[in-house]
Design a protein around this ligand. Structure first.
Ligand code: NOJ
Length: 737
């Protein structure tokens, strides 16, 4: 861990003490200052503001950036980071360019800047928005200190297809959970006012329905009804907007025949007109140029025109705006007002960030903030809250710290790189505590710890399996870390199989066959088809990719210092052929019936999941009783309170996530069999009982009717309260006009 020198800490305290915390000018002033700038800008300078270019992978800028910035022809970069480098470029922009417009430095700060937290899917498994907000807030402070004031996050794409590698970057399959997590992440990144020196502006991406890629193949076509857009894919974006998100990123996918980076319905009708979004939209990486491959544009000029006129303000990496806008204006195919509006939106965010008032960061602050003791501790706590206990037969877990010997096995058990996951910002593998290291730190020297890799994550070599079996046989307990590599998840990492890759399952089988108590620790970025494990491994912990403190956090859970309380934010299927499999599906006219062939099911697989959405166990037990509704009949604008008692009936302190679902029995349009509408993660001591209260109101009870109007219709509703999406208590009430 990095020690903070007292002198640098003092410098930081002094810096914060002397800086006004809020730098942005008042909103009216901002518009006046934009007017003044626009009046002075040449067309070339305006187009410079609409451009974002990529730095080098190591965080450096490219030599070409210096000249472009000096001439006012580049408004933003991505991947350039670090106080020294960003200050160098900023110095040129603010002191040497004609109009002194500061550069906006963007970066994919997805689950941490340098202090890497669990992947976003893992964080969502905490069902703890406060933990997620804290993680984003720490990421923001580190990022801002390094000069990066813009993150391309949160990724809020709903994903119901685990073949899609990017399911790891979002909050899972559910629009309600996704919306809560989107709001938490935006609040964490931006705070109340993102001009504060430790805050950054967020970017809701990828607008929109990118997660619906056909076949789970990345970048693939999507065809999604307006109803599904509004009910499933939009809500997390709307929640980000309601939390004040400053920017959106248009996506790569074709949506109903009009690619999302040139789609006037999503970019203008919904985003600007309905939702009144006044920040800016950045394209995804070359997604404007890709309009040619999509077949929406015959050439580069047409691609530029389609994207800009649909509402994409800033172009990432391709340079078509710069290249073709002057000609398009001359030909009357693009208006000057269109360009001015895009520039205005970008400058507005630069002003709101306080970049004009405070363009630089301080190297001393960067040094003191990044990987501070508090940040690293937080990463450990959030990681522990993200872990989901999937199985624990005969209480194999937690393991006693007094155990005599333990075998730590598997290709991911001592792997620093994969533990931090994909999109790991400025994270370094050297910072990561592996599971083996975490276990060693946890136990006293009187426990004998042996380690064998056993096999690779992928690939056929099996010569290490015998050694793994040998050390398992000699130990009191075996811990096996298996799963995916980080590179098998994230962008361009779709898989057609959801099985454990390589020889890993073969190795686990051999170890379980020894009969030693065994716990499997999964590290992965998507639901996996782990039927054999679910049936035969005594214990399974889902740890996702838990970040730099993953090894410590998993050890905290394995040895009982933390009682796991995470829940799945996504359904685990039994076989890939069931995909897409999600809890809030429609009922069909012929719901599955084992006694009737002509019902909706498979000949060769069950229709039920292996582990349902919302599922997760604990080392203690909980009982839910006394479900009560505050009313049995309400008006469409009325509210219903829902209360339930939750009791810890076991013998350990633990967390339960109480989940509230509803179902409309009949309506003018069909409704899902269950929809999550509330949840709360609570901590209870052994024997303790708490009453949990939810309120159902218009926003929970309404849906889009046949005219696409959001209404609460009369009718009967069922209410389910439980510890996952399958089991629970039931009640019902009616809405009457
Ligand atoms: C492409 C990815 O789709 C997007 O999520 C990311 O923000 C950009 N590249 C920039 O790295």
């Amino acid at each position: 861990m990095k020690l903070v020198k007292p002198t640098s800490l003092l410098v930081v305290l002094l810096i914060f003490a002397t800086l006004p915390s809020i730098a942005a000018p008042p909103r009216d002033d901002i518009e006046r200052r934009i007017d003044a700038l626009l009046a002075r800008m040449t067309l070339e300078e305006k187009l410079g503001q609409l451009q974002i270019l990529d730095g080098e992978a190591n965080g450096n800028y490219r030599p070409e950036h210096l000249e472009m910035i000096r001439k006012g022809l580049l408004g933003s970069t991505l991947n350039v980071r670090g106080a020294k480098r960003t200050n160098e470029l900023q110095h040129i922009a603010v002191e040497q360019s004609r109009l002194k417009i500061p550069v906006l430095f963007g970066f994919d700060v997805i689950h941490g800047y340098r202090t890497i937290f669990p992947i976003s899917l893992g964080e969502s498994a905490s069902w703890d928005p406060a933990a997620v907000e804290r993680s984003a807030s720490i990421a923001a402070a580190e990022s801002a200190a390094s000069g990066v004031r813009w993150t391309f996050a949160p990724m809020v794409d709903i994903a119901r297809d685990p073949r899609w590698g990017r399911i790891s970057e979002g909050a899972g399959e559910d629009p309600y959970l996704g919306a809560v997590m989107a709001g938490a992440r935006v609040r964490g990144f931006q705070g109340k006012d993102y001009s504060a020196p430790d805050k950054i502006v967020a970017c809701a991406k990828h607008w929109v329905a990118y997660g619906a890629a056909e076949g789970g193949r990345d970048y693939n076509t999507t065809d999604v009804s307006e109803r599904a857009l509004r009910e499933t894919y939009f809500p997390p974006f709307k929640a980000a907007l309601d939390a004040g998100v400053g920017t959106f990123m248009s996506a790569f996918n074709d949506l109903n025949g009009v690619p999302t980076s040139a789609n006037p319905f999503t970019l203008t009708t919904v985003l600007r007109r309905e939702w009144k979004f006044d920040g800016f939209v950045v394209s995804d990486y070359e997604s404007i140029k890709e309009l040619i491959n999509h077949g929406l544009a015959a050439n580069e000029a047409e691609a530029a025109r389609a994207a800009l006129s649909a509402g994409v303000d800033m172009e990432m990496v391709s340079r078509l705006y710069k290249e073709y806008a002057p000609q398009l204006i001359r030909e009357g195919k693009l208006s000057k007002a269109n360009i001015d509006e895009a520039v205005r939106r970008i400058l507005r965010i630069k002003f709101r960030l306080g970049l004009f008032e405070r363009p630089y960061t301080e190297e001393a602050r960067e040094q003191a903030t990044i990987m501070s003791h508090a940040n690293v501790e937080a990463a450990r706590e959030v990681a522990a809250r993200s872990i989901v206990l999937l199985k624990n037969e005969r209480d194999v877990l937690p393991i006693s710290k007094g155990i005599h010997s333990i075998a730590v096995i598997g290709p991911l058990a001592d792997d620093q790189q994969d533990m931090i996951g994909s999109w790991s910002g400025d994270g370094r593998k050297e910072d990561a505590v592996t599971l083996l290291a975490g276990i060693k730190q946890k136990l006293s020297p009187s426990t004998q710890i042996t380690y064998a890799k056993g096999c690779e994550i992928e690939g056929g070599a099996s010569d290490g399996i015998d050694e793994a079996v040998r050390i398992a046989r000699d130990a009191d307990v075996a811990i096996i870390a298996v799963g995916e590599s980080a590179a098998m998840t994230g962008e361009a990492a779709s898989r057609a199989s959801l099985d454990l890759p390589g020889r890993q399952l073969e190795m686990v089988k051999a170890i379980v066959a020894t009969g030693r108590p065994t716990a499997v620790v999964l590290m992965n970025g998507r639901p996996l088809t782990i039927n054999w494990l679910a049936e035969n491994a005594p214990a399974i912990l889902e740890s996702w990719f838990a970040g730099i403190q993953g090894g410590n956090a998993i050890a905290d859970v394995l040895f009982g210092d933390v009682n796991p309380g995470g829940k799945l934010p996504v359904t685990f299927p039994r076989v890939v052929g069931q995909v897409p499999l999600y809890y809030n599906h429609k009922n069909t006219g012929r719901p599955p019936d084992p006694n009737n062939k002509y019902t909706s099911k498979y000949l060769d697989a069950l229709v039920t999941p292996l582990f349902p959405f919302g599922f997760g166990l604990s080392y203690t037990r909980f009982r839910l009783t006394d479900l009560r509704l505050g009313a049995s009949i309400i008006r469409p604008d009325g509210r219903v309170t829902v209360t339930v008692d939750v009791e810890n009936t076991g013998d350990r302190l633990g967390d339960e996530v109480v989940q509230l679902y509803i179902r409309h029995i009949a309506a003018s349009v069909t409704r899902p069999v269950k929809e999550l509408k509330g949840f709360e993660r609570i901590t209870l001591k052994p024997g303790e009982k708490k009453r949990v209260t939810f309120t159902l109101a218009r926003e929970h009870l309404g849906f889009y009717n046949r005219d696409m109007r959001f209404v609460v219709e009369p009718g009967e509703l069922k209410v389910f309260v439980g510890a996952n999406s399958v089991d629970g208590l039931e009640a019902s009430f009616r809405v009457v006009e």
